[in-house]
Design a protein around this ligand. Structure first.
Ligand code: WT7
Length: 651
């Protein structure tokens, strides 16, 4: 199996939608035509058709002050009401919103009426704890229904959530609490993962003790029943408060531009960026794409997105898109291989999942295990498959379609980012001829181009940098507290065109192929990691003198973190005897400082790093080494023999 992108570009297979699928498809060609005729008007129609507005908007787009866009800005709505109350009012209260499946095997179905009731009670509790409009709430929970309830309760009262993935360390949590000055943290005693309890509350306690002091209250869900410390006056239990709270909660309407959430993501510097999303524009595009890209028939489909709510995919395609569309979905707490490697397929069979949305890295790990595992289960309910997070190599695409999908159902590869808020490039099932390995075409109403480094559009079959040329409803509204960084990161390079940070190529049919990041951002298992952030973590260890990190191609995870570290003189001698122990210590250190997802696959202890005459580390050469390739051009190195020496040491 190969995951080389170059190889993907030679892919020539095309798959026509089956006539049966096309006949029942939600999307139709008219969407492209409507968007082409009047792009802004197209989005106004979608916003009116898909959402319920307390106060209708009269202005669609204000782009008078780029890069700060406003969509539907004189309109008012309540996002939680759009995801809950209005469905109950429409008579859908008995529809299952969430089939929850816990890792230990406990399960629970929650209807729209029950979810609405729980969110109202939680909203009352949050207000009782002093949280109001515009306040920030950090959410640090496992994949349990209370995570969804918390997000919607925060949205309902006009507060702003900042969900922090439960795998992040106390340092990472503390820096996110501080940056947003969160008033409340919602957490759990623990969660289940790989058959074990992972404690969350102690990490929150640690984070708060390291933080600057904005946190007033901590709301704790009891999930695992492990012992946790409770700080009187600060900590309150969910079951003591939410269960007994009033189920009456009158929702207020908020402006369409009111911030809905902050979500931190890695950039090219060490400090994560707090990406800010809006209410009306965000929800419009999340709902539109969820419906059309996944061909959602909410009366009959059972949808499952395997992402954690700690990432943008979980925000847009577990919480906001599906619930705005009144979908029935599966929420699974645990890992794919616990307690057995067929767990996901068992879940598909149990709930008759019809739409599955996951990441290439997961598909590739299943490929490694072989088709006999999924084949033990009845997967015939599946009728659409989606992929997100990184380019899906054609081999994985074909395997996904054949082994999981039975050979004839659509596979959509969706390109987007934390910053774009919702899907931007994807085939529309039933309409687009599918091409394995390519994300294909911008969705209706989205304008994409490929530019060369000097900003000129590349013509025809050629490669360059991916840009978004017109504002879109779910675009980030900025970086929390840092408008300068917002401008610098995305808008400095090409003026009023949004620079995505990805390389891309257009083929002879005009389809777009994503080629990976062009900056110092790595993509490990579909998650974004910054080389600078991991380097600063390594340098913070007392043994480290200098460190360089690269993302090396990895068969399963897409890229893997590989670090090259020079130890301080005092450590060097001891470590010489046992480099294995030194690199293990450093791998662990990164996992503790940032989170397990950032743990390097390898840490090589070296005496030198390749640098240019001006002292810049040439990561390109280290990547050649990490990927076992012939070392590239070394003529700009200050000392051209260095790579020879480093190669010897790495061996
Ligand atoms: C980066 C964004 C969007 C949710 C998951 C990741 C890469 C994402 C694809 C795809 C090729 C993709 C890009 C992008 N990426 N989806 N279908 N094909 N590359 O969100 O953490 O904000 O990362 O993921 O490099 O810039 P994120």
């Amino acid at each position: 199996m190969t995951v080389q992108i170059d190889h993907a570009l030679e892919e020539i297979r095309r798959f026509r939608p089956s006539p049966e699928f096309a006949a029942q498809a939600v999307a139709d060609d008219g969407l492209y035509e409507a968007a082409k005729a009047d792009r802004v008007g197209f989005w106004a129609d979608r916003a009116r058709e898909l959402l319920t507005w307390e106060k209708p908007f009269t202005r669609t787009l204000d782009w008078s002050n780029p890069p700060f866009a406003k969509w539907f800005d004189d309109g008012e709505l309540n996002v939680a009401v759009n995801c809950l109350d209005r469905h109950v009012e429409a008579g859908l209260g008995d529809r299952v919103a969430i089939h929850f499946e816990g890792e230990p095997g406990d399960s629970r179905d929650i209807t729209y009426a029950e979810l609405t009731d729980e969110v109202k009670r939680a909203a009352n509790v949050l207000e009782g704890l002093g949280v109001g409009e515009g306040d920030r709430v950090a959410i640090y929970l496992p994949m349990i229904p209370e995570a969804v309830v918390s997000m919607l309760a925060v949205a309902r009262i006009g507060a702003i959530h900042s969900v922090v993935f439960g795998g992040f360390s106390s340092d990472s949590l503390a820096s996110r609490i501080d940056d947003a000055e969160a008033k409340l943290v919602i957490t759990a005693d623990g969660g289940y993962r790989k058959g074990r309890v992972f404690p969350l509350k102690p990490t929150v306690d640690e984070a708060i003790s390291k933080s600057a002091g904005s946190v007033e209250k901590v709301l704790v869900v009891k999930r695992t029943g492990n012992e946790v410390g409770v700080e009187a006056g600060r900590d309150v239990w969910w079951h003591d408060t939410v269960a007994g709270a009033s189920g009456e909660h009158a929702p207020k309407a908020f402006g369409a531009e009111h911030p809905l959430f902050i979500l931190y993501t890695s950039g090219t510097t060490g400090k994560p960026k707090g990406v800010v999303h809006s209410s009306g524009g965000y929800l419009t595009q999340a709902a539109f794409t969820h419906k059309n890209v996944f061909d959602l028939h909410p009366e009959t489909d059972v949808y499952w997105c395997t992402a954690d709510v700690g990432w943008i995919t979980g925000h847009s395609y577990v919480v906001y898109g599906p619930l705005a569309n009144a979908a029935t979905q599966v929420l699974y707490e645990g890992t794919p291989d616990t307690p057995h490697p067929g767990r996901w397929w068992e879940i598909v069979e149990k709930y008759k999942v019809s739409i599955l949305y996951t990441a290439p890295t997961a598909i590739r790990s299943f490929m490694k295990l072989g088709r006999q595992i999924p084949h033990q289960f009845n997967l015939r309910s599946l009728r659409l498959l989606g992929s997100v997070g990184e380019p899906i190599n054609p081999e994985a695409w074909i395997w996904y379609r054949h082994v999981i999908g039975g050979g004839s159902i659509p596979v959509v590869d969706t390109w987007w980012q934390t910053e774009t808020g919702a899907i931007m490039i994807s085939a529309l099932p039933g309409i687009t001829d599918l091409k394995p390995g390519s994300a294909q075409v911008p969705i209706p109403g989205i304008s994409i181009d490929i530019l060369s480094d000097d900003g000129t559009p590349v013509e025809g079959e050629d490669g360059g940098l991916l840009v978004i040329t017109e504002p879109w409803p779910s675009m980030l509204r900025g970086i929390w507290g840092d408008p300068e960084r917002f401008k610098e990161t995305y808008w400095e390079k090409f003026g009023d065109k949004y620079f995505a940070g990805d390389g891309a190529r257009r083929d002879e049919d005009g389809d777009i192929w994503l080629l990976g990041r062009v900056d110092d951002v790595m993509n490990v298992s579909g998650h974004r990691l910054s080389t600078a952030e991991i380097e600063s973590s390594l340098v913070a260890h007392p043994w480290t003198a200098e460190a360089a990190v690269v993302g090396a191609t990895d068969e399963t995870t897409g890229q893997a973190v590989v670090a090259f570290v020079i130890l301080k003189q005092s450590q060097a001698e001891a470590a010489q005897a046992d480099t294995a122990a030194a690199s293990e210590e450093l791998r662990k250190h990164v996992a503790t400082q940032i989170g397990a997802i950032a743990r390097p696959r390898q840490v090589f202890i070296v005496n030198e790093l390749p640098k240019t005459r001006s002292g810049k580390i040439m990561r390109r050469l280290l990547r050649d080494l990490a990927e076992g390739r012939q070392i590239g051009d070394t003529t700009t190195l200050a000392d051209t023999s260095i790579m020879q020496i480093i190669s010897e040491q790495v061996k």
